[in-house]
Design a protein around this ligand. Structure first.
Ligand code: PA5
Length: 462
């Protein structure tokens, strides 16, 4: 199981001003946290609770359909192109980047075991879109359009462009190159998929975009690229079992949620840094950033009072960012809690040759890059602790499907517990919806005429 070390958030280590009396806080908050955990597990099947994601690890049906389709199309496509944004893309990107062999798209078909290259188009930048589309042979590309609402502008615009290109190249056969992941009943993509006869997968009810990575949103790209989705589910289920423990002393998601909450509200740590020491885990920070920001950044609490809640997530990568933001972390405002993610055993060991022994770099010879990245992580942890900056360390044994399932699920539960601690709704995103609606208006969608007029007059002033 994943290990969690929170000693460097304790006042015994970093002092009273910046640290917490963890033992005392666990006592004080134990009952409240117990109730939150009981409540989450009790409410997860209630429609409208937004908690269906807690059941995804157990959904054998989805896994079965996804595997069946993946087996059917195996070897048929050279590329898999994902059209998605926010919650429809970030989880897939995080997991594929972690679990596929690094530089996957540069590997030969044999090295990829016949599985396709994978590309995520998660923006509407004209230059990168044109460049990617000119590089891909669309005839050999499977396009997975992912949108829960079925009408997000960025995705639908990309989809419309690509559908036309596919149709030109393939004639009526183009439909076989499109698979849609969307709501079961509603939304424009559902309607189009039925008209056009696309293969479809479902984003279940009560699963918000940022919690959807273990639905077909993520499972389909994983299975299509050969990731063992049963092992991902095993990781989720084992973590779910562990996190059902209502004793905060035994529940790492609850501990990290409470530590973040108290450091934010009592000690002025308004920034949560996610810093994995592994390039393969780089996009876990992007995924976490969305999860933490969209879930906890809320204007109102559950009673409708204005609270302007939220702790700002910040991504960093070890060891790279030791030569960048670490200066600020160490000496700038003491307003952060740093989450390290460490990997006990990398897949590879790379030795540094014993050369230049007569020079100042001779000491590196005979050591490994593995030792070096560990030393980097240790040194950062110690310097931050010396500077009284609270930090916690999450350690996974190795980067594999089982551990990644555990890790992401743990952060999801931590976020849900945090939302309850802050007394806010962790499962809506009105701030995101507002911007989506403004884009509809500016792009001329029917029904948004008044909003468009209002926006144009505002835009003429700025
Ligand atoms: O987490 C969220 O709700 C958002 O980031 C959405 O996932 C994102 O806006 C895309 O929405 P949709 O899947 O409806 O196209």
């Amino acid at each position: 199981m994943i290990k969690f070390d929170c000693r460097n958030a304790d006042k015994a280590v970093i002092g009273d001003e910046n640290g917490l009396d963890l033992a005392a806080e666990f006592d004080i908050w134990g009952e409240k946290v117990r109730n939150i955990i009981v409540d989450l597990n009790k409410s997860k099947d209630i429609p409208g609770s937004g908690l269906q994601w807690m059941n995804l690890g157990y959904s054998q049906e989805t896994a079965w359909y996804v595997k069946e389709y993946a087996a059917l199309v195996k070897n048929r496509f050279e590329n898999l192109l994902i059209l998605g944004i926010g919650g429809s893309a970030l989880g897939g990107m995080a997991v594929c980047h972690a679990l596929l062999r690094p530089y996957w798209n540069y590997l030969s078909k044999e090295e990829r075991n016949g599985y396709p290259r994978i590309f995520f188009l998660d923006n509407v930048d004209p230059d990168s879109t044109v460049s990617l589309l000119s590089h891909l042979d669309l005839k050999k590309t499977l396009v997975n359009v992912i949108t829960k609402s079925g009408d997000t502008t960025e995705i639908m615009a990309q989809y419309m462009i690509i559908k036309n290109m596919l149709e030109k190249e393939l004639g009526d056969d183009y439909r076989k190159n499109i698979v849609a992941t969307t709501d079961m009943r509603s939304g424009i993509l559902r309607q189009i998929s039925e008209q056009e006869g696309y293969k479809t997968f479902v984003v279940p009810d009560d699963v918000g975009g940022r919690y959807s990575v273990f639905s077909a949103v993520g499972l389909l790209p994983f299975a299509l690229t050969g990731i063992d989705i049963d092992e991902v589910s095993n990781g989720i289920k084992d973590m779910d079992l562990a996190l059902k423990n209502t004793d905060i002393r035994q529940n790492i998601a609850a501990q990290n949620a409470l530590i973040h909450h108290l450091l934010d509200t009592k000690k002025g740590k308004h920034i949560s840094v996610m810093m994995p020491y592994s390039s393969r885990l780089k996009y876990i920070s992007d995924w976490y950033t969305q999860l933490w920001a969209e879930s906890l950044g809320k204007q109102y609490n559950l009673e409708g009072n204005i609270v302007f809640n939220g702790q700002t997530p910040l991504k960093a990568l070890g060891a790279t960012d030791q030569h960048s933001v670490l200066q600020l972390f160490n000496e700038g405002p003491n307003d952060k809690i740093i989450n390290f993610i460490r990997v006990k055993e990398f897949d590879n060991t790379l030795e540094i040759p014993k050369i230049f022994e007569y020079t100042g770099i001779g000491y590196l010879g005979g050591k490994s890059i593995n030792q070096l990245i560990d030393a980097e992580a240790d040194s950062t942890k110690v310097t931050l602790t010396d500077n009284k900056r609270p930090n916690v360390t999450i350690t996974i044994d190795k980067i594999d499907a089982y551990n990644i399932g555990q890790l992401l699920y743990m952060f999801e539960v931590q976020t849900a517990i945090s939302a309850s601690l802050y007394n806010i709704n962790g499962f809506n995103q009105p701030g995101v919806e507002q911007s989506k609606n403004y884009v509809y208006a500016l792009m001329g969608r029917a029904g948004y005429e008044d909003s468009a007029q209002n926006l144009h007059s505002k835009l003429s002033l700025v």
